[in-house]
Ligand binder design. Structure first.
Ligand SMILES: [Zn+2]
Length: 139
């Protein structure tokens, strides 16, 4: 078995290393061996342990926001485009449909889970919803 050295943990931009004889691919943990870098999976996501929550306090909001941003920084989650509204309401003034979009969607690179995160606007609560295998459903 070869010994590998993890030279970088987290998300990096592609870059040349070792005096230009090697390259980093960017976007995840990397190991370096003989002029080649290989992406490795050394860290696992926390999707299974994390639960859907109602965001009913500012401190909880901060905790959850920091969690998602940290996972993105580690390259485990991806900040993706919010493609679908979680709710479509009807305006009573004009007859029209009003889609409500969450603030953020995060996709897990590890298990494929999709997380929907709607920031609170107190007194309106926020929420976090979880879609195992990335299969989205409206509320
Ligand atoms: Zn995951």
């Amino acid at each position: 078995m070869e010994l590998w050295t993890v030279i970088y943990e987290g998300t990096a931009a592609p870059q040349a290393i070792n005096g230009g004889t090697g390259t980093l691919l960017g976007g995840g943990n990397q190991i370096y061996s003989g002029g080649e870098c290989i992406m490795v999976r050394t860290i696992k996501c926390e999707c299974e342990e994390r639960m859907e929550v109602k965001i009913d306090s500012y401190s909880l909001f901060q905790e959850v926001k920091v969690f998602f941003e940290r996972e993105v920084a580690k390259g485990i989650y991806q900040d993706v485009l919010v493609e679908m509204p979680y709710y479509v309401g009807c305006s009573t003034i004009k007859i029209e449909k009003i889609p409500w979009y969450a603030t953020k969607w995060y996709k897990c690179n590890d298990c494929g889970c999709l997380w929907e995160f709607n920031y609170p606007e107190f007194p309106a609560q926020g929420f976090v919803r979880k879609f195992v295998n990335g299969e989205y459903r409206p509320q």
